[in-house]
Design a protein around this ligand. Structure first.
Ligand SMILES: Cc1cc2nc3c(=O)[nH]c(=O)nc-3n(C[C@H](O)[C@H](O)[C@H](O)COP(=O)(O)OP(=O)(O)OC[C@H]3O[C@@H](n4cnc5c(N)ncnc54)[C@H](O)[C@@H]3O)c2cc1C
Length: 403
């Protein structure tokens, strides 16, 4: 008999497994239908020996000291501030739009103060902000909207910004200074040995059993457990009784090039050219040195793995019905982005899982994140030696078939 059956070994499931086992001595079975742990944050060494993120670039950033300190038990960090450039009018310029973006694009020499006036002169005030188009045009005007936002959003969502709720582009983070960092959070860093290694350390506890390539539907009737933590899609749990919740998906095209550097920035966005939205070069993120380099192209599509909930009012209405069912289901806890049909960053899901643990264990939220050990020992079966080309030896989560 397990105290908890946890469906999904991403952030939501793994943080709860760790806390319940290590913090409360509970016996936990965590399952995932994929052939690896770490959910969408999964990273691995590709054929060339380069550490890549299988499901697209994952950049860790948070303002929460609690979340950062909690994860720091399971990983060391590499300081990393993310930078993105956009390919517009034949040149690469910083995004979010800053002083350099405007000066380079228009051949100007504005000061920060003058740029504020410039933005005010191009902005088209709107009485009512209803759509994503309204959000952008009212802030930076139609021309920048066309150059940076319209095409990108159309590719990303398959819809024009005028058809998308204002919450999709809730904020246009324009800067009047030269700060070209993509995020401004207090803590910005990447796990030194990768996300998967961090998850391995998290789940390394005698009370935690892991079953991969295991779908909840295949075992729900025969694994005895007291409570269930479910981090999969909420509509699937209820057999799509109110219909399918729509998601936008991505097809990832990974490629390795026989050159040490492929592009001048970690990520290059293509708002107006190509069918893909952006290209990420992983060595910038990980700091790995290698004579070759690996990149990923992101092609937005419908019908693949569920990545982005589509934020339209009719979908929120469907989700609300599932939420009522979820709240009325005893001994099942719904947590994480698929179970709550909301796009969350990694740190937000960690915080959500820690909050649920506090409730389950009857502790205060601040107490709940305290791990009673200095630092988790490296997993004994996984040698930490560097291999060929700086490749970290790690368990091969690609063993077997599956994705
Ligand atoms: C392309 C992309 C880029 C992102 N970049 C960033 C970033 O830069 N920074 C950031 O902070 N966040 C980023 N995120 C968000 C981040 O991926 C999520 O916050 C995080 O993965 C959520 O964790 P989770 O546990 O809720 O879900 P997931 O990681 O999706 O884990 C859920 C797991 O449950 C499993 N599962 C589902 N149903 C079942 C079932 N029936 N049976 C068994 N297993 C099941 C799935 O296989 C999956 O492994 C990005 C997301 C995407 C899609």
């Amino acid at each position: 008999m397990f105290d908890y059956l946890i469906v999904g070994a991403g952030y939501a499931g793994s943080v709860l497994a760790e806390r319940l086992a290590r913090g409360s001595g509970k016996k936990v079975l965590i399952i995932d239908r994929r052939n690896h742990i770490a959910g969408n944050a999964f990273d691995h060494y590709d054929e060339a020996g380069i550490l890549v993120h299988k499901y697209g670039p994952h950049i860790f950033h948070t303002n929460s000291a609690d979340v950062f300190n909690y994860l720091s038990i399971f990983t060391e960090w590499r300081p990393y501030e993310h930078r993105v450039q956009a390919s517009v009018d034949g040149q690469l310029v910083p995004i979010p739009i800053n002083l350099d973006t405007i000066n380079r694009l228009y051949g100007l020499n504005l000061s920060s103060f003058e740029l504020q006036e410039w933005f005010a002169s191009v902005a088209e005030p709107r009485d009512r902000i209803r759509t994503s188009e309204d959000v952008v045009v009212s802030k930076v005007g139609r021309e920048l909207y066309e150059k940076f936002f319209r095409g990108y959003t159309r590719k990303q969502w398959g819809l024009d910004p005028s058809e998308l709720d204002s919450s999709v582009i809730a904020r246009v983070p324009t800067r009047t200074n030269r700060d070209d960092r993509y995020f401004t959070d207090t803590y910005q860093a990447m796990p030194l040995r990768g996300y998967t290694r961090m998850f391995e350390n998290m789940l390394d506890h005698p009370n935690i059993k892991i079953m991969l390539k295991t779908d909840y539907a295949d075992i729900e009737d025969w694994v005895p457990h007291r409570e269930l933590i479910y981090t999969g899609p909420v509509d699937e749990f209820f057999s799509f009784s109110y219909g399918k919740l729509p998601y936008r998906s991505l097809a990832f095209k990974h490629q390795t090039f026989d050159v040490p550097v492929f592009q001048p920035a970690p990520v290059v966005n293509y708002p107006n050219e190509h069918p893909y939205t952006r290209v990420t070069e992983f060595k910038y993120l990980t700091g790995q040195e290698h004579s070759k380099t690996s990149v990923v192209y992101e092609h937005p599509c419908d019908g693949g793995d569920p990545y982005y909930p589509v934020p339209r009012p009719e979908n929120t209405e469907i989700y609300k019905k599932y939420q009522v069912l979820a709240e009325a289901t005893p001994d099942v806890h719904f947590v994480g982005r698929l179970a709550t049909y909301k796009y969350y960053n990694m740190d937000q899901v960690v915080a959500q899982a820690l909050t649920l643990y506090a409730r389950l264990s009857g502790t205060q939220r601040a107490e709940a994140a305290k791990v009673r050990m200095a630092r988790v020992k490296p997993v004994a079966t996984i040698p930490a030696k560097s291999g060929k080309n700086g490749r970290e030896k790690s368990r091969d989560w690609r063993l077997g078939s599956g994705d």
